[in-house]
Design a protein around this ligand. Structure first.
Ligand SMILES: Nc1ncnc2c1ncn2[C@@H]1O[C@H](COP(=O)(O)OP(=O)(O)OP(=O)(O)O)[C@@H](O)[C@H]1O
Ligand SMILES: [Mg+2]
Length: 313
């Protein structure tokens, strides 16, 4: 079967174009690179029916999801999985028509009892996603990549905007549930990151013992030293260089291991820190995301150094 794969440097806005035959399907993938609004557009056509309504695409493989988003492993033009994944999360924009997004309106329109709830599309999960998306976007922009600790995944591309229906179709093809989770025209952030081969689901390829208690109180134990060391480096960088604190890094489903044994925290729950340095929206978002005792708990742990030694939150 003929297969063409053209990667070209196009004009500034259309940096990457791939077109290929994948079984009976013709796939055109464009990645628009524009500093203000990056867009990824994937259009898929059957050979006979250009513009057909239901596409049978096979460009990615579903890996997993949570309240946050969904993660898919990308495939090459022969349909073989590659070492990159796409994470798509539902959120709201940072700005609207050049002004800060009216987050306070969203907040007051959400009943108090619902503000703490986590489900796809809930205020809290959209807020968590907004912050995580900002973090990975900023990580991608760091010029000196050597500064970034090994414990963070490599980020290749970042984009946000209304979910293109062609991409939504591919997500649904890869996993039916994406249909409900990502309504048409949902506002999303997405990024392409490094595929981490050893995760909880495959028992970390046997690289670390599985039968341990994954609770905060157990994490000082020696068997966690390697994860804690990687965490310490990441936590230091993320706080000092990027201005965030992390939680939910205890959850073994939120980190993985590279083939060379390095631990990678690919799904940290991030909160911008400290709040006196934040703008109004960031302050409101941070206060929603902090749990009981809020920022104070983090401040104490940072001050006494425990925050960097082991995962306390
Ligand atoms: N970079 C990656 N490489 C390999 N697998 C990944 C990667 N990122 C995520 N996954 C897989 O997908 C699953 C879900 O990813 P992730 O934890 O980022 O989603 P989430 O929606 O933010 O989850 P939640 O918010 O519920 O923690 C992970 O548990 C993992 O199995
Ligand atoms: Mg997760």
């Amino acid at each position: 079967m003929a297969s063409i794969d053209i990667i070209r440097q196009l004009s500034a806005k259309e940096a990457l174009l791939r077109a290929f035959n994948n079984q009976n399907i013709f796939v055109i993938r464009k990645i628009y690179m524009d500093d203000n609004a990056d867009q990824i557009m994937t259009a898929t056509y059957t050979k006979t029916e250009l513009g057909a309504e239901s596409f049978e695409a096979d460009t990615m493989e579903y890996l997993g999801s949570g309240y946050g988003g969904s993660v898919y492993r990308l495939k090459d033009n022969e349909g073989k999985p590659i070492d990159k994944v796409l994470k798509v999360v539902r959120t709201f924009p940072n700005t609207e028509k050049g002004r800060p997004f009216k987050y306070s309106e969203l907040l007051v329109n959400t009943p108090v009892a619902d503000r703490k709830k986590f489900y796809p599309g809930s205020l809290k999960s959209m807020t968590m996603n907004r912050i995580q998306a900002n973090f990975f976007k900023e990580l991608l922009r760091i010029k000196d990549k050597d500064e970034i600790p090994n414990g963070l995944p490599i980020i290749y591309k970042y984009a946000e905007g209304k979910l293109p229906s062609s991409l939504r179709n591919e997500m649904i093809t890869a996993k039916k549930e994406s249909e409900k989770k990502f309504p048409e025209d949902a506002y999303v952030s997405l990024w392409i990151m490094e595929y981490i081969p050893c995760v909880y689901k495959n028992e970390f390829c046997g690289k670390i013992p599985m039968r341990r208690k994954w609770t905060v109180s157990n994490l000082k134990n020696k068997s966690y030293t390697k994860e804690n060391e990687a965490y310490g480096e990441v936590a230091t960088f993320v706080l000092n260089d990027m201005g965030y604190v992390m939680k939910d890094v205890v959850n073994p489903r939120n980190f993985g291991i590279r083939n060379n044994g390095e631990i990678v925290y690919f799904d940290p729950f991030l909160i911008p820190y400290p709040s006196q340095e934040l703008n109004t929206n960031e302050k409101l978002m941070a206060s929603l995301l902090y749990g009981f005792d809020g920022e104070e708990k983090f401040q104490k742990a940072i001050d006494n150094g425990n925050y960097f030694k082991y995962r306390s939150f």
